[in-house]
Design a binder for this molecule. Structure first.
Ligand code: OFO
Length: 169
């Protein structure tokens, strides 16, 4: 049986992952509306990965003989202006998710739940990768400024991102 405090932070993390999926979907819709279909693809693929992140936590709680408690998912932010502003919001959001994952790690250590401490390492690495990917896009967007042809090429690059199902095992 999983420790109750650990179970509670894992359930809260499921909610955060599904909120992330909602947020990326809202961003994808924004990019679709302004005709940046590659950016739309990138954020839509990320939304699917976030659902995987939530489902991995869901399966893990069940595997540990715990209870999954699904909470309400907040409506996502919809105040988007341009690609740079959206990616800066993504970075800010992912940093908050990283903090939350770190709290799961530290809680599982405090509660001597070493299985969860080991399990959550996958998320710790995933967050490092996600933040780095977003920073790379921000760097390009800052370099390109208002240069429409560079944005067009970046849009093409982001259209190549493909969804691959995530699994931690
Ligand atoms: Fe689940 O990594 Fe982003 O939020």
């Amino acid at each position: 049986m999983i420790n109750e405090k650990v179970q509670s932070v894992l359930n809260a993390q499921i909610n955060k992952e599904f909120y992330s999926a909602y947020l990326y979907l809202a961003m994808s819709a924004f990019f679709e509306e302004i005709g940046l279909f590659g950016f739309s693809n990138w954020t839509k693929v990320q939304a699917r990965e976030e659902i995987d992140h939530g489902m991995i936590l869901f399966d893990y709680i069940i595997e540990r003989d715990g209870s999954v408690n699904l909470g309400k998912i907040d409506a996502p932010d919809r105040s988007f202006d341009n690609p740079l502003q959206v990616f800066e919001k993504i970075l800010e959001h992912e940093k908050s998710v990283t903090e939350s994952i770190n709290c799961v790690a530290s809680m599982s250590e405090d509660e001597c739940d070493l299985a969860t401490r080991h399990f959550i390492n996958w998320y710790i690495s995933e967050q490092v990768e996600e933040e780095a990917n977003v920073r790379a896009v921000i760097a390009k967007l800052k370099m390109f400024g208002e240069d429409k042809s560079s944005i067009f090429h970046l849009d093409k690059e982001l259209s190549k991102r493909e969804y691959k199902a995530h699994s931690y095992k």
